[in-house]
Design a protein around this ligand. Structure first.
Ligand SMILES: *[C@@H]1O[C@H](CO)[C@@H](O)[C@H](O)[C@H]1NC(C)=O
Ligand SMILES: *[C@@H]1O[C@H](CO)[C@@H](O)[C@H](O)[C@H]1NC(C)=O
Ligand SMILES: *[C@@H]1O[C@H](CO)[C@@H](O)[C@H](O)[C@H]1NC(C)=O
Ligand SMILES: *[C@@H]1O[C@H](CO)[C@@H](O)[C@H](O)[C@H]1NC(C)=O
Ligand SMILES: *[C@@H]1O[C@H](CO)[C@@H](O)[C@H](O)[C@H]1NC(C)=O
Ligand SMILES: *[C@@H]1O[C@H](CO)[C@@H](O)[C@H](O)[C@H]1NC(C)=O
Ligand SMILES: *[C@@H]1O[C@H](CO)[C@@H](O)[C@H](O)[C@H]1NC(C)=O
Ligand SMILES: *[C@@H]1O[C@H](CO)[C@@H](O)[C@H](O)[C@H]1NC(C)=O
Length: 419
């Protein structure tokens, strides 16, 4: 405050001196606050220059896209785009990039300066993505919903959702993740199992601990990797429709205490075992959907049928019906009781009758053989005597020949021992 200081010396009395002191103090305070604020002003100017490099004009919209600032929405739909547009407007909250030809999503595909801080819903469905690299969704702090469905994902990095820094992963902001029908054609798959690849990305770094909805329908899943659900403790909705799951024996639902819906329709489930039944029953809010599975109604089904009759967990349980064995086909599980549930070997009927026939024939042959032996027991006894005699004769002949060739002393010995 140079102005205040120059005015000060003109005054002579104590009040003025006090005022001068106050002004000097003020000046010192203001100058020190000025120096301390210097770095912050330089950083804002740096930010301003970064922004001015990509001027966010009010009407700006990437080529081939439609933008609505009022709706905070950008749509680049069915445009055969091969990469994510660089000049996405910073206000974008809903981004549709469906029906394109993106092929590869590199690290930081949506990292912009300034960041797309508002982007909450990103739809990449049906954009021919084959590879999603580590950290593809980094620097999207508000991303709540991501749809990657209908892309043949042969390469899904384990660090897709956890970021490219392998040693450190911040929790992902994702709440809803759609991965329906992302199974690549058979010949494009990696060596490792597709199930394992997807599970690794869901598990990495516990990043998806806030996830509430996970859709994995239509992926030809043969099994669920054992610990994949253990890293998704917040799940409320899990959709596994239209896969090829045969068994849930090795999956644990125990920790999914918030689970509200579990869709398992159109799989290849044969039976649910006691452990699974107990886990499902222990989840407080869950509803389970089990339609269109080929239930096998044999003795292993007893526990499940008993559980079904009691439980409120299964939706539409009256619709569940047997697919095997043949004689039980289309019978409702709820109407069975343990007297219906037997463990016959499940063979086609023609083969079953032929096995029965073969068994009877073999038993008959055995019986006839034993009968013949019994009826001929005297003849056999005689025959055995004959054989014994014949043997003895033979042995004596042998001894005789042996004596001719052997040492005389040994001959004596052997004839003695014979006696
Ligand atoms: C995208 O490509 C397909 C065939 O590759 C073509 O039929 C279609 O017209 C293209 N769409 C646009 C918007 O260019
Ligand atoms: C993403 O877009 C596809 C194609 O338009 C649509 O079917 C799907 O419902 C969208 N996903 C979400 C989560 O809205
Ligand atoms: C990974 O994150 C940790 C913690 O934030 C940080 O110390 C480290 O430098 C990061 N590594 C890389 C390669 O970015
Ligand atoms: C699959 O594994 C075999 C041997 O384990 C290897 O020779 C081959 O290169 C692998 N193929 C791919 C596509 O990784
Ligand atoms: C079931 O999955 C297969 C293969 O993943 C797919 O072709 C089919 O359209 C799906 N069916 C339904 C009803 O979604
Ligand atoms: C369930 O969670 C507990 C603690 O949260 C953990 O120790 C345990 O390993 C989890 N069990 C499974 C099967 O994931
Ligand atoms: C399954 O549980 C029921 C009731 O808890 C029990 O009676 C039954 O023996 C169990 N079945 C098997 C195969 O352990
Ligand atoms: C089993 O079902 C049959 C007919 O479906 C019924 O007649 C029988 O009483 C049932 N037995 C038991 C123990 O419920």
């Amino acid at each position: 405050m140079p102005g205040g200081c120059s005015r000060g010396p003109a005054a002579g009395d104590g009040r003025l001196r006090l005022a001068r002191l106050a002004l000097v103090l003020l000046g010192w305070v203001s100058s020190s606050s000025l120096t301390s604020s210097a770095p912050s002003t330089s950083s804002t100017s740096f930010l301003a220059s970064a922004v001015s490099a990509q001027p966010p004009l009010p009407g700006q919209c990437p080529q081939l896209c439609e933008c609505s600032e009022a709706a905070r929405t950008v749509k680049c739909v069915n445009r055969n785009l091969t990469e994510v547009p660089a000049d996405l407007p910073p206000y974008v909250r809903n981004l549709f990039l469906t029906g394109n030809q993106l092929a590869v999503l590199p690290a930081g595909a949506f990292a912009r300066r300034p960041p797309l801080a508002e982007l909450a819903a990103l739809n990449l469905s049906g954009s021919r993505l084959q590879e999603v690299r580590a950290g593809a969704f980094e620097h999207l702090p508000s991303l709540r919903q991501l749809d990657l469905s209908h892309n043949p994902l042969a390469h899904l990095s384990p660090f897709t959702f956890s970021g490219s820094n392998a040693s450190f992963s911040a929790p992902s902001p994702l709440v809803e993740l759609m991965l329906n029908h992302i199974v690549p054609p058979e010949d494009h798959r990696q060596n490792r199992s597709f199930e394992g690849m997807v599970a690794a990305s869901l598990r990495a770094g516990h990043a998806l601990r806030g996830l509430q909805r996970l859709e994995l329908a239509s992926n030809h899943f043969l099994f669920l990797p054992r610990d994949v659900l253990a890293h998704l403790p917040g799940l409320r909705h899990l959709d596994l429709r239209n896969n090829s799951l045969v068994s849930l024996t090795y999956v644990s639902f125990r920790n999914l205490t918030h689970l509200q819906s579990l869709h398992l329709e159109d799989n290849a489930l044969k039976v649910l075992h006691n452990g699974t039944l107990a886990e499902l029953q222990s989840l407080p809010h869950v509803r389970v959907f089990l339609d269109n599975n080929p239930w096998v109604c044999d003795c292993h089904m007893v526990d499940m049928v008993a559980w079904l009759k009691e439980t409120e967990v299964v939706q539409g349980k009256a619709r569940l019906a047997c697919a095997f064995p043949e004689k039980m086909r289309n019978r409702a599980l709820l109407e069975l009781n343990s007297s219906h549930l037997e463990c016959d070997p499940i063979l086609p009927p023609s083969l079953q009758t032929s096995y029965v026939f073969l068994g009877i024939v073999l038993a008959l042959i055995g019986a006839i053989f034993l009968l013949v032996l019994y009826l001929n027991r005297k003849g056999i006894k005689k025959w055995m005597h004959n054989i014994r005699d014949a043997c003895r004769d033979h042995m004596e002949g042998y001894h005789y020949r042996y004596e001719i060739n052997a040492d005389p002393r040994l001959t004596n010995l052997s004839s003695n021992s014979d006696v």
